[in-house]
Design a protein. Sequence first.
Length: 330
Amino acid sequence: MRTFDYLRAENVTSAIAEAAKPETRYLAGGTTLVDLMKLNVERPEHLVDITRLPGLDTIEVSTDVIRIGALAKMSKVAADTDIIGAAPVLSESLWRAASAQLRNMASIGGNLMQRTRCIYFRDPGAYSNCNKRNPGSGCAALEGVNRNHAVLGTSDACIAIYPGDFAVSLVAFDATVLISGSIERRVPIDEFYLLPGQTPNLEHQLAPGEMIVGIEIPHVAALKRSHYLKVRDRASYEFAAASAAVGIEFEADGRTVRDVRIAVGGVATKPWRLRAVEDALKGKSIDEAMLRTAAAAAVDGAKSSGHNAFKIELTPKVVARALMTVGDIA
């Protein structure tokens, strides 16, 4: 690990000013950053500790919007009774992530900023060819062991997967990332994350000297009937092989879809919204056969790199099962 300077910020303004300096990173829970520093993937010269900034750990649930501060702990948000009642998918996506110890440490803002678990990205000593870590060097995963890599949103420069759960639920429900810096910005979360293209080292829209200060989720009816389904190789402490965040609002008849929200994780280079599947279901009376047919479009444009071909078959099944759960279809 590279040696570094440490500063504890007293307010957002001073934290942002320090973070604008070259080779500087924010430190909140540290559950991703410290790991990557130990691996020599992240090598900051300066750390700005933001854990004690006031007012950034609040949770507010109103009739119009859910607001979550960036420094709220994952476990605190997951256990919040108002969140559980109003938006089960948010709570479930957090409970199914990481371990109890990590959820107690990790902040919501840090969770959004977590980086890929690609084995080639995380091992600079053995693999210098990683475009995400070393732009222009190539992608070792393309010809390597890529079972856990992406099949959607990939490019010939990078197939690294976005590993998180919570952001998948946020993308499904049109959340907005609140950013503070020289100007205040509100960025739709689906635009916050960037596709790799030929610049996989650019993962998000957060610029140096900016900080995520919160998240807003519009309070729509489909949030009330929502669910996060995560399929993985073992029952806990594992990243998704495929996951789905879904929500449905029915018409008065209880079967015709008025609104539906769907996003998938574990299979793409960013949290992946399935608008084509949503459009296929709106206005329709659903049953199992229809859901499975519509869910097939979840992998339109998917590309296997070899070992991860199973994800193309698995993903529509996960989407259909999650929709059957919220639709009360056995």
